[in-house]
Design a protein around this ligand. Structure first.
Ligand code: HEM
Length: 484
């Protein structure tokens, strides 16, 4: 009894300390934060626009309410660097609970020892040496061949074509499968997208988390969507947990590529090594965790690369001078040769275009944490238990750090900038493990597209329409293509 009392007293004091700190911060009143939060929930405002407006008004270290939680927003590089590189800033915030249907207990949501172990396994597998082996798969004619029917035709949406290509490359590089039955592909991608939208809705409209009240048609659809994606992952996984049985066994028409060691085969070898060597048996990756990590890679690769490549292609179609300059670099570097990593990495202008697009359109626009201990900043101490948000989108468009922040100027990356004002892949202990994979894959697509086609669109940067769920997305990528 005394123990329970002590534990609750402790919790109460932590909460009190937390609230007192939040209220002491300069910024909008809790009441007006609540009004902003309701406007987002009712979709009168986009979350990232709302956060942007709050920061513009109140600056660094302010507060916003998202759903049921109050977040402290950090925009000063020195401050968020201290949080993201501190072990007390290693836990994801409550927001990620709503991502469970998409990510399960995979590495992106995991915390503590389980996260540390899986990151230790995955991180080395994503270095340039390993990723270079996948270049021959990134570099396929399929990427350009599927667009042939649109040459000299009317405007069309490029995004579904990129999504189809990314799906194929995800399969071959992670689990070594080529030639999946195409009838399922659209359905799986569509259901994954619905799950993303649903997870985001639950963040900003917390009442939707009460599944038992809202067991509506939508909830049933989400259960079907979740099971479809899980079944797909189960069917493609090289290892299957004993206690999971696919609802539908899809006998995909697939070929296993023998000459390649895909990411999750390497991953499993490392798990086996740990099992043999570890004296502590709890230091292990369960088969369920293994499956969830494939599911996380599916979500990460499919969504970030499809959206980021779409943003780059749209920027090139709007800024035809940049497109031409990049094409010249591509022709000088490769002409019609097969793509290799050394030459890809030598292309400075391509890298600038990549960086500038992710500055304006960071496909992961916000990151958040819940602190597991106090963190001392220069101006104050963030208390244990508080929620912290780092608005990458707003930081990348802050005029204090960027000259003409709303313009697309790849050349700005020809000179150095403050290391922590540009963070599309996050920073510190949980930064993106897939950044090299992302760059090499996207760079290969762009080289192949630009040396075969010219891309043209109508409108300018102000006409670009985005939406956010967990990822920043383009609504569509309408353009025409012509042969070079
Ligand atoms: C343009 C493409 C991408 C962008 C902008 C991006 C961005 C990010 C960001 C900002 C984080 C940090 C999240 C946080 O701190 O809470 C992250 C984490 C992560 N990313 Fe990416 N990502 C991209 C592509 C990829 C790809 C292609 C993969 C897989 C091959 C991947 C796998 C991951 C994983 C597993 C994590 C979690 C790392 C951890 O928590 O330890 N990402 N990504």
């Amino acid at each position: 009894m005394t123990f329970i009392f002590e534990v609750n007293k402790n919790k109460f004091y932590k909460l009190k300390k937390n609230l007192e700190f939040i209220i002491s911060l300069p910024g909008a009143s809790i009441f007006s934060s609540l009004v902003d939060s309701l406007q987002v929930a009712c979709n009168y405002k986009e979350l990232i626009d709302c956060i942007d407006a709050v920061i513009k008004k109140y600056g660094n270290l302010t507060r916003v309410i998202v759903g049921t939680d109050i977040f402290i927003v950090l925009t000063k590089p020195e401050d968020y660097k201290l949080v993201l590189t501190n072990v007390n800033g290693n836990y994801k915030s409550s927001v990620t609970q709503t991502w469970e249907a998409i990510l399960g207990d995979g590495i992106i949501r995991a915390s503590g020892v389980s996260h540390k172990l899986r990151r230790k396994i995955i991180h080395p597998l994503m270095n340039i040496k390993y990723i270079s082996e996948y270049i021959t798969f990134f570099d396929s004619n399929f990427c350009t061949d599927i667009l042939e029917k649109n040459v000299d035709g009317p405007m069309f949406d490029l995004k579904p074509y990129i999504a189809q290509y990314v799906f194929n490359i995800f399969l071959v590089t992670t689990v070594g499968i080529q030639g999946i039955a195409h009838k399922d592909e659209r359905d799986i991608l569509h259901k994954q997208k619905e799950l993303f939208k649903d997870a985001y809705s639950k963040v900003i409209k917390p009442w939707l988390r009460l599944n038992w009240i809202f067991f509506t048609k939508n909830r049933k659809q989400m259960c079907i969507a979740q099971n479809t994606v899980l079944d797909f992952i189960y069917n493609i996984s090289p290892r299957k947990p004993g206690n999971y049985t696919a609802l539908q066994y899809n006998n995909y028409n697939m070929t296993i590529i023998q000459e390649l060691k895909p990411i999750f085969y390497n991953y499993y070898d490392r798990v086996e090594q740990i099992r043999v060597n570890a004296s502590n048996k709890s230091y292990d990756v369960s088969d369920e965790n293994f499956l969830d990590d494939i599911r996380n890679f599916f979500a990460a690769i499919q969504n970030t690369i499809t959206e980021a490549t779409s943003f780059i292609m749209l920027m090139l179609a709007i800024h035809t001078d940049v497109q031409e300059k990049l094409r010249q670099e591509i022709l000088v570097t490769f002409n019609n040769d097969k793509i290799d990593v050394q030459r890809l990495l030598s292309m400075r202008y391509l890298y600038m275009v990549f960086q500038e697009t992710l500055r304006l359109f960071p496909v992961v626009p916000l990151i958040s944490r819940q602190l597991t201990g106090d963190i001392k900043l220069e101006s104050c101490t963030l208390p244990e238990g508080c929620y912290v948000m780092i608005p990458i989108f707003a930081i990348h468009r802050n005029p204090m750090y960027w000259y003409k922040p709303l313009e697309f100027i790849p050349e700005r990356f020809s000179s150095t900038h403050h290391r922590y004002t540009y963070i599309p892949f996050g920073v510190g202990l949980r930064d993106c493990v897939g950044q090299k994979y992302a760059f090499l894959f996207m760079a290969t697509i762009i080289v192949n597209l630009l040396r075969r086609f010219r891309f043209v669109t109508v409108g300018n940067l102000n006409d670009v329409k985005t939406t956010t769920d967990i990822v920043l997305r383009l609504q569509h990528v309408k353009m025409s293509i012509f042969r070079i």
